[in-house]
Each structure stands twice: as C-alpha cells, then as structure tokens.
Design a protein around this ligand. Structure first.
Ligand SMILES: [Zn+2]
Length: 606
C-alpha cells in the first residue's frame, strides 16, 4: 500500500527525480551491521534491518553458493543464534537456508552469528588480526527484495581499518546499489597495510594481510603495468572507478576470486623474490583483474542477476575462465613482465598437461563448463580419465583460435577483437551474453571457418591440430621422451601409468590413467604397493625400479587391496613424451626453448 501511495504521489506531483530514484525510495533499504566483538572466537554478528518489509511474513535466505566458485557450499551450516530483535513475533526455518519471520509492526530487525574460520578467498575468515567478509556466506537477503539498495555498517575493534570496493558513506559505513553488488564486494578489515597506485587514470588499492618477502613499491609498479596492459585491450579505459586488490599472505595461501571492482587473492608469504613463483603470482593477479571485463561484465546470462538458491548453468566457462587464463599470460607478457620465451614455455606446459589428461577424449569444453558443479569442483581420482579442465583446455583452445584468427580471410585478427566485440555488444551495456553469441562473435571476427573449430574443439573432443595453428605464429611443438638418467639405467625405462604417493610411509596408488599398463592390468586406486618383482618398493624408489625395466617387459606387483595380499602382472609400456617445447620455425635446434617441466600451476583460482 505504501508503495502504491508513493507512486500516486509521484504521479500527482509530476516526477521530481529520475525514475530510478523513485523506485529505490519506493523499495526501501536493507541495512546490515557487522559487529566484530570477539574476533578470536571467529564469530561475526550480523544484524539486518528492513524498513518496509510488507506482507505477513518475511523470508531471510543465505546463498548456497558464491558467484565465481561453482560449488554448492551450504553456507547456512555456519549460521547460529538467529533471532528476531524487533518488528516480528516469531520465526521458523522453512528450508536449509531460509528463516521465515512472522511480522509485527514497525521496521523488522533480525540478528544471527556466523562462524568464520575458513581461510580461503571465497569464505569469510575472522581472527584476532583481521576479518575478511565474503558476502555470500555472510549476508542473508530478503526474499523478493534483492534489488533494494543495501547499507553496511561495521563495528570493529579499536585500530582496525576497512577496505572494500563499495562506495563509502562514512568512516565505517558503505552502500551497495543492490544485494548482488553487496555480495560482489568483499570487505577486508583489521590491522591491514595499504598500498595505493593510479593506473589508466583510476585509483587502485592493494591491501595486505600477513607478511612475507614482498616489496610493496615493486608490487604497486608491477600491478600498475598489468592493469594498463589489460586496459589497452579495451581502448585504454577501465570499467570501474576504483579497484581493490585484497591480498592474504599465509603459508599455503593460494587462489583468487574475481569481483566487479575488486579481487581476493591468497598467496604464500615467500613467492615474491623467486622469479618463477613471482611470475605465477603476477599471472594469477592478471587473471583475477582481467575478470573485471571477461566474466564479471562480459558474462553469461545466467551470471547476473544471480540465483543464489540454485546452480547457475552456462556452457561458457571455457571462455570466461580459460580465455581469462589466455589473456592473463598475454597481459603479463605485454606488460613486459614475461619474455616471449617464457610465454612459449608456459604454453608448452599447459599443452602437455592437456595431452596427459585422458578425459579430454570423453568430455567437451561445453560439457566441462556446464557440469563444473558436479565434476570440476567435485573431482575424484577418476577425474583425470573422465574430465577435462575448462581452464587448461580453454586456454589452449583460445591460444589456437587466436593463432587461427591471425589468418582470417578478412585480414589478420586476434582474440582481442572477439572480446572487444563481446564487450561493445554486451558487457559495456550491462547485458548478459547469450549462450550462442560467443560462437557468433568468433565467426563475425574470423569468418565461417570458426564454426568448424567450435564443432571440433568446443562442442567436440577432437584432437587439437597444433602443427597447423602454431605455424600461424611461426612456432612448432616439439615433444621428447624424458632423457635417460645414465646413472640409473642405460636406456629409457618402462611406464606404469599410475600415480603413487607416500602416505605415512605407505606407497598408495592415488590414480590410474585410462589405457595405461596399470589400467590394463587392473591396478586400483587405493591399492597399497608393497613390492616389484619381489623387492620392496616405496613411492620414492618406484621410479628407479621402473627405470631398470624396458618397455614391453612384464613386472609382478605385490599389493594390499583392502588388506588382502594380491599379485598383479603388468606389461610396461614406453614412457609418454614428457618434455614439450615450442620452438621458433627455422630456429632448428635453437636451444632457445627450455623444455617444459610438469606444470605446477595452481588450479584453485576462480
Ligand atoms: Zn577465474
């Protein structure tokens, strides 16, 4: 009724404000207060005030997943002490993540506490030094009112500071245009360090929690170069007014999560001086930042406004994630922070990773994207045989299509031109990208032949024609079997095809590659390997023993399977090529390309 009267009033008076302001006023505001009273308890206290809830009851729901990380995480499991503070008479749960409050009179206020002790980029974490507030697992939304503006007030221990991409309205108060924006703007508070820089005319902030061997001035300088190299792809402009890099340094820290005008990144404290680990770190930063365009604004239709109750399905993650991996390497290289030689080494590494994934023949990129909720994010020991990573294959396919675009019939093009087209047509207008628009954009930029590559590489599981595509760049792929260690064996050893790791001194089979000798012989994941040809083996000595045996010879493995002693005869095969290099054509035995070692790149970025 109130809204209707207001509407009539506006009509009667003539519209004194733009229509959007009227709508906001009519909708009311949802106000959140986060109190950090006893940070060492890891408990955050949340209160929500709804001005004008309407109806006999109001549902408060907590998302079951967070955008950017495609797994139902059931954040409601961390909620406790829900209560009605005022404006309601009673409450009850109506499903796993929804609290239904019976209305009283006046503004409605509820409160609850959230246990925040999971230190990742996608979950809230609170301890005596800081609180990282990740919105999806923290802020309940009012059913039917996600488009209302939100206000956030923070009540923090003395001396704590706050940083977030949300516009500030006071010392520790912020506002968000709607619930999506609130969830998409993590808040870092605590005794944090702040490094500021300007890139492409816009202010940027790095907040640091934790310490390591970082050099703050170098970080600011290198981040600025990454931001400007990315902006150059889109005409030198940035799609936000201000950007915040939230950086958490702690042992085992890894991963990143993208947001519209910020990112949260975890890193080990000592990655900043070693050349390779620092380059991997910069690649992760470039990846998350590039998402400001690709994924956050050039986004699938299902990715905003979000349905926080259900999985948001798209066949496009190979572009938004794999494509972002491709552009991250491009940005690091174009920023002058990686040589072309190192770039080719990195590409050879991910091609090698893809070749060593039997699952690439079973799952297409579109399937990998669509099923990520139950596959990539819930990988088991069989994943390598049944799945393909839309990061790895997506980046490889983007690199190959980029090479192919350079020979487009209407003149040389690049993948840059495809994302620019998607940006102009959808991203810059705030419109989601329809599922079939990606292929259409490739065809528009590169001609009808692009549709055939989509059939083969994106919808299909066809093997990638590296010779053809790399030649477009003047490059070629070279594979070599691993060099024989003459101290161990005079000739190449035999291949088993099982991953065996040391678990408390026991040699446990962790996975068996489809089609490998171990697979054919019936070795199982979970088998405990005891001996090879009657001699004890450990996870460490297995490789040496296999190096003694020639391809084609049979070995007898002794294993425990569920405590039962078993013997398994395995005929060893030739070792697959382990060294991948991308050489310049005409560079002969160049020696300029270093062989690619197995990739150690973390795959927990989002
Ligand atoms: Zn990502």
């Amino acid at each position: 009724l109130t809204r209707y009267l207001l509407f009539l009033l506006v009509l009667a008076l003539g519209s004194p404000r733009p229509a959007t302001a009227v709508v906001e006023e009519a909708l009311g505001v949802t106000s959140y207060t986060v109190t950090v009273k006893d940070p060492a308890s890891h408990l955050l206290e949340i209160s929500i005030v709804v001005d004008d809830p309407g109806g006999d009851s109001v549902d408060f729901s907590l998302p079951v997943w967070t955008p950017g990380s495609y797994l139902v995480r059931e954040f409601a499991r961390n909620v406790q002490d829900f209560r009605v503070v005022r404006g309601g008479t009673s409450w009850r749960k109506v499903d796993k993540n929804t609290w239904r409050v019976q209305r009283g009179s006046g503004p409605l206020e509820v409160s609850y506490r959230v246990y925040a002790n999971e230190l990742t980029v996608r979950t809230s974490h609170c301890d005596d030094g800081h609180a990282f507030l990740a919105g999806a697992g923290l802020f309940m939304y009012v059913a039917g009112a996600k488009d209302r503006p939100c206000r956030v007030a923070l009540s923090l221990p003395p001396g704590w500071e706050v940083e977030t991409a949300l516009p500030r309205t006071g010392e520790s108060t912020f506002e968000a245009s709607d619930y999506d924006m609130l969830v998409d703007s993590p808040i870092e508070c605590g005794r944090i360090r702040r490094v500021e820089f300007v890139a492409a005319g816009k202010p940027h902030v790095i907040t640091l929690w934790g310490r390591g061997n970082e050099d703050e001035r170098r970080l600011a300088d290198d981040f600025r170069r990454l931001v400007e190299a990315a902006a150059a792809i889109f005409g030198g402009t940035l799609p936000y007014d201000r950007y915040v890099f939230i950086l958490h340094l702690y042992p085992g820290g890894s991963g990143g999560l993208e947001h519209r005008a910020s990112t949260a990144i975890g890193a080990s404290p000592f990655v900043f001086q070693n050349k390779e680990s620092y380059r991997d770190f910069l690649d992760l930063v470039a990846h998350e930042h590039f998402h400001a365009w690709l994924a956050k604004r050039i986004r699938p239709e299902a990715h905003g406004p979000f349905d926080y109750e259900h999985e948001a399905y798209t066949r496009m993650l190979w572009l938004t994630e794999g494509g972002t991996d491709f552009f991250a390497s491009e940005v690091v290289r174009r920023a002058g922070l990686m040589s072309e030689t190192a770039y080719r080494e990195a590409l050879a590494r991910i091609i090698r990773d893809l070749d060593n994934t039997p699952g690439r023949t079973h799952m297409s990129l579109e399937e990998a994207s669509f099923d990520t909720w139950v596959k990539y994010y819930r990988a088991n020991e069989h994943a390598v045989n049944s799945q393909v990573s839309y990061y790895t294959k997506g980046a490889v396919v983007c690199a190959m299509l980029d090479a192919e675009l350079r020979a487009a019939p209407q003149g040389p093009r690049k993948l840059d031109d495809v994302v620019k087209l998607l940006w102009e047509r959808y991203g810059s207008r705030g419109v989601g990208v329809p599922e079939d628009a990606v292929e259409a954009a490739f065809v528009e930029v590169g001609g009808p032949a692009m549709a055939e590559w989509f059939d083969r590489y994106v919808r299909g599981t066809g093997e990638i024609d590296y010779d053809r595509h790399l030649a477009r760049l003047g490059w070629r792929l070279k594979k070599e079997p691993p060099k024989t260690d003459s101290r161990v064996s005079p000739a190449p050893g035999g291949w088993l095809g099982a991953q065996v790791t040391n678990e408390n001194g026991r040699a446990m089979v962790k996975s068996v590659l489809e089609g490998s000798p171990a697979w054919t012989a019936g070795l199982n994941t979970g088998d405990e390997l005891l001996a090879l040809d009657g001699w004890r083996v450990t996870a460490d000595s297995l490789a040496e023993r296999l190096a003694d045996r020639r391809p084609g010879t049979a070995v007898l493995l002794t294993v425990f399977r569920r405590d039962e002693l078993r013997s398994i005869r395995v005929v060893l095969d030739e070792l697959p090529a382990e060294k991948y290099m991308i050489e310049l054509i005409g560079d002969g035995d160049s020696g300029r390309s270093q062989p690619a070692e197995p990739s150690q790149r973390r795959r927990d970025r989002s």
